[in-house]
Ligand binder design. Structure first.
Ligand code: FPP
Length: 252
């Protein structure tokens, strides 16, 4: 099969939901002889550039992996830096996000987060609840297995209590229990820094996503890299378990 010609990224041809594993902050800092926290601080600036660029490329949903359930294993100083950066990001950018029609959602486990972080999360969600121009989901204290396990527990309770109709497709019902229930599944999952792993991100939701791995460290990320990833995505053939239309033989 000859390669398809590259499509130009426009608001009409883009990926609707892009999810990003923002990787490489530590290596970026190390190359500069700086502590890892310096890389995370630069990572926030990359996040701001990316959030600004995404709607301009027609993307409607952006989900980023800010802190995983496994990140608690990092040194306490780094954990507290990441908590502080979420707070600082929301504090400095919330008014702008609110003004620009961005709806903010934080996905992941709320248990285990400090009261000041919880308050910031709830405030960001409440203040942007009426927005619908663009959706930003920050996965924070998030793990795909934890999210599925938590959903399964609540699903089982509701099933046992007779609160779930057995007439509905159980996959559709189950997905409503995940912390990503408000949005569509990602069309494109990007991981930066050259690593090619899912690392417990969006395990259920990634079922039919396309993956693009980019050789750029997260603090260097921005509009051009995002556009390149979407361009690569547009060249993919998505079949959702079916076959390419060209491969179906006409009867007779
Ligand atoms: C991976 O880099 C990145 C993270 C663990 C967190 C991503 C965080 C940010 C971009 C900044 C904070 C933003 C929010 C919303 C909290 P790494 O440290 O694993 O890099 P390495 O693999 O090079 O060590």
């Amino acid at each position: 099969m000859s390669p398809k010609p590259a499509k130009e990224v426009t608001a009409m041809t883009t990926a609707g939901h892009v999810a990003i594993i923002m990787d490489g902050n530590g290596r970026w800092a190390k190359r500069r002889g700086m502590p890892r926290t310096f890389g995370h601080q630069a990572g926030v600036n990359a996040l701001k550039r990316t959030v600004e660029a995404a709607p301009q490329l027609g993307i409607q949903w952006l989900t980023v992996f800010g802190f995983s359930t496994e990140n608690w294993r990092r040194p306490a100083s780094e954990v507290s830096e990441l908590m502080g950066l979420l707070k600082a990001y929301v504090k400095t950018d919330l008014a702008r996000l609110e003004r620009e029609g961005v709806r903010v959602r934080i996905i992941g486990r709320r248990e285990g987060l400090a009261p000041d972080i919880l308050a910031i999360i709830e405030d960001a969600e409440a203040r942007t609840a009426a927005n619908d121009r663009f959706n930003l989901q920050v996965a924070f204290n998030y793990g795909g297995r934890a999210d599925i396990t938590d959903a399964a527990t609540r699903f089982a309770e509701d099933l046992a209590a007779g609160r779930i109709s057995r007439d509905e497709d159980p996959e559709i019902v189950f997905a409503r229990y995940l912390s990503t229930a408000a949005g569509p599944s990602p069309d494109l999952i990007i991981r930066t820094s050259g690593e090619q792993r899912l690392s417990n991100f969006l395990l259920w939701e990634a079922a039919y996503a396309e993956f693009v791995f980019q050789d750029v460290l997260w603090p260097d990320y921005g509009p051009d890299a995002l556009k390149a990833a979407v361009q690569e995505y547009l060249g993919r053939e998505r079949r959702y378990g079916g076959v390419d239309a060209d491969d179906v033989l006409a009867p007779g």
